[in-house]
Design a protein around this ligand. Structure first.
Ligand code: AKG
Ligand code: FE2
Length: 205
């Protein structure tokens, strides 16, 4: 951290074919550890199974989906739970910090170094062509990997507690991202990806 960059500023990370910005610490009234403890305790965590290549698997993490509209990926239809007061507070803090509005959040709970998320793009039609997605992390730092779909250029970002990573522009079109398992023992990590799901005329709420 240099002396001239306020800690509440989004710092651009230059990448080709996309836009990435990182905020080191989201300003919050609670400590990062308080948010972690409350979210772990109060969230209706689910162990979802997904279909990949025709086979059912349990996801290697727990999830919860809160928001105003349904969402589906990998053959999984997620019925959203309403925003809780804490999730609304976090959403508002992320909106203020990023200048983007969100109506949904996917929570991912990585219980240990054995939990992970496969490389993917958040490019579902209901997110629109150039979605802004804000990813807020608590708990153990984990390495977030981005890989360009064509050039295979790879970036590794250590996402620490309280940080916000904003992905926008063409990032989802050109880049994959994910979190690998680790062999090093790690404590729990929580990640919240705030998204804006566009109203779909073919779906009922
Ligand atoms: O846990 C993370 O940092 C990534 C989460 C993610 O990519 C997602 O929810 O789509
Ligand atoms: Fe993602």
């Amino acid at each position: 951290m240099d002396l001239f960059t306020p800690s509440n500023a989004l710092i651009p990370i230059a990448i080709p074919d996309g836009e990435l910005l990182l905020l080191e610490q989201l300003p919050l009234a609670l400590t990062n550890d308080e948010v972690l403890a409350r979210l772990v305790a109060d969230t209706a965590w689910r162990a979802e199974s997904i279909t990949l290549w025709g086979k059912r698997h349990l996801q290697p993490r727990l999830t919860a989906w809160h928001g105003e509209a349904g969402y589906s990926y990998s053959g999984l239809d997620l019925e959203p739970l309403p925003f809780t007061p804490l999730l609304l507070t976090l959403k508002q803090a992320v909106e203020l910090a990023t200048g983007h509005c969100f109506n949904s959040v996917l929570l991912n709970y990585y219980r240990s170094e054995r939990d992970s998320m496969g490389m993917h793009s958040d490019d579902e039609a209901e997110l629109g062509p150039e979605p802004a997605i804000a990813s807020l992390s608590f708990g153990a730092s984990r390495r977030f990997i981005l890989r360009h779909k064509h050039t295979k250029q790879t970036l590794r970002l250590e996402l620490s507690a309280g940080s916000v990573l904003l992905m926008r522009g063409k990032t989802q079109h050109f880049w994959l991202h994910g979190i690998n398992k680790s062999t090093r023992p790690m404590g729990p990590r929580l990640n919240l990806t705030f998204r804006n799901i566009l109203a779909s005329p073919t779906k009922t709420r």
